[in-house]
Write a protein that binds this ligand. Structure first.
Ligand SMILES: NC(=O)c1ccc[n+]([C@@H]2O[C@H](COP(=O)([O-])OP(=O)(O)OC[C@H]3O[C@@H](n4cnc5c(N)ncnc54)[C@H](OP(=O)(O)O)[C@@H]3O)[C@@H](O)[C@H]2O)c1
Length: 151
């Protein structure tokens, strides 16, 4: 029977109910800093017995603070920080190479959780490549996914 979730279900309860989908898996998360949706997702995911969780963000100190919290929950999972600024496609390409190095020749990503983003950017701003900022950051996530799929 499928697990039943409701408004009072916690993230940890969801992860525990879905354990076969995370145990021994490699997960990549974006937008994961403390206090964000991605950060809360990461803390819950630390209960998921993953083999590896790769956290992609633009500020190492912010992501490292989150990794420290995740290690307190589960120190057996491998955690990797990958530096990326989604407002710059050059940075995205560098991050993809770094992820491929971490994974090695035969490594795969089992779960991809993209929560990095900005909403209602004002005043008007563009990415380094000249795309409107909100759209550009989301579409960079699509690039990251596509590049991985093309491995
Ligand atoms: N919370 C809501 O009610 C709500 C509603 C509708 C949509 N959303 C969308 O859902 C997503 C997550 O929401 P949230 O509330 O957790 O957002 P948030 O608190 O603003 O966090 C956004 C995350 O994305 C990262 N990020 C932003 N720009 C980035 C860039 N250029 N490169 C790399 N990382 C970048 C941030 O990292 P830094 O800390 O380094 O900036 C942060 O970790 C966002 O896309 C948001 O627009 C949220």
């Amino acid at each position: 029977m499928s697990p039943q979730f409701g408004q009072h279900t916690t993230g940890v309860e969801v992860i525990e109910a879905l354990l076969p989908q995370t145990a021994n898996k490699t997960v990549i998360l974006t937008g994961c800093t403390l206090g964000t949706i991605g950060g809360e997702t990461a803390l819950a995911l630390a209960h998921g017995k993953c083999s590896r969780i790769i956290l992609a963000g633009r500020t190492e100190s912010k992501v490292q603070a989150l990794i420290d919290g995740m290690k307190k929950v589960n120190s057996e999972t491998k955690y990797d920080f990958v530096q990326v600024d989604f407002s710059d496609l050059d940075s995205v390409r560098t991050a993809v190479n770094r992820v491929e190095t971490i994974l090695g020749k035969d490594g795969t990503i089992d779960v991809l959780i993209n929560t990095a983003g900005v909403l209602g950017v004002w005043p008007y701003q563009k990415t380094k490549q000249g795309i409107e900022m909100q759209f550009g950051i989301v579409s960079d996530l699509v690039h990251l996914t596509c590049l991985h799929e093309s491995r």
